[in-house]
Design a protein around this ligand. Structure first.
Ligand code: G3P
Ligand code: CA
Length: 239
């Protein structure tokens, strides 16, 4: 067993179209500990896996997810934009992704849409994936709502951007924000991680993960600083 947790960002998204079952399969073949994915709610109350709230960047359709039904979104091709090899790939429903990933890795499930925490809990319960999920979000309100429905499922708080204070003090503020919402993991943009930042987080007992790291030298540096989980578009580069 490794010392740190290897997470494929949007699946193995450097090698296959992001947030598709093909990208998740590729990550599982490589052998990761976690598969990260992003979710939004549809017009008919379903939850689909996509990073953006609109379809144009990663499918051959246009439109906003929340105004379309699952069946409508399923008409789109979510693979051709990446390579013809993946043409015909569909936007997965969350339940399909959970079914695929749950036996082989943890699903690191990022809730993008602030309104869908109850639907996400329901998808996790329906697929009996409760033991194999961590829910992450940039939105404290989403994590609080999620925890109030099912407090057993661990959560991680996402922070990006630039440090707003010197690294040590910023780390303490991030720990306070993480603890306030009952999250077990602080999951930050790797640019925020310095030796001081990592030390101040870890000595307060909060798990520290970092995203999105494709450079193997930076991966090694982060592990040496004590980062416990790394998210990468290229899980094949994990050593
Ligand atoms: O895993 C966290 C990371 O995915 C957050 O950024 O924009 O890729 O969802 P983004
Ligand atoms: Ca994400």
């Amino acid at each position: 067993m490794q010392q740190w947790i290897r997470i494929a960002h949007r699946g193995a998204s450097g090698l296959a179209p992001e947030n598709t079952l093909a990208a998740f399969r590729k990550a599982l073949e490589i052998g990761v500990d976690g598969v990260e994915l992003d979710v939004h709610g549809t017009a008919d109350g379903e939850v689909v896996v996509m990073h953006d709230s609109t379809l144009e960047r990663t499918t051959n359709m246009v439109g906003t997810i929340k105004t379309l039904t699952l069946d409508e979104i399923k008409q789109g091709d979510a693979g051709s934009w990446f390579s013809n090899e993946f043409s015909g790939e569909r936007v997965p429903a969350l339940v399909e992704a959970l079914e695929l990933i749950k036996k082989r890795a943890i699903t690191v499930l990022e809730i993008k849409d602030k309104t869908i925490a109850p639907a996400v809990v329901s998808a996790i319960h329906r697929t009996q994936a409760t033991d194999n999920v961590i829910v992450i979000s940039f939105h404290p309100s989403v994590l609080l709502e999620f925890k109030s429905i099912d407090p057993r499922i661990p959560t991680g708080f996402l922070i990006g951007g630039e440090a707003e204070e010197p690294a040590g003090q910023y780390a303490i503020d991030c720990v306070h924000r993480t603890s306030e919402i009952g999250a077990s993991t602080l999951n930050v943009s790797h640019n925020l991680v310095t030796a001081e930042f990592a030390y101040q987080v870890r000595r307060r007992g909060v798990n520290l993960w970092a995203w999105t790291v494709d450079d193997i030298h930076r991966m090694r540096e982060l592990v040496a600083l004590g980062v416990q989980g790394i998210t990468s578009n290229y899980p094949d580069r994990f050593s």
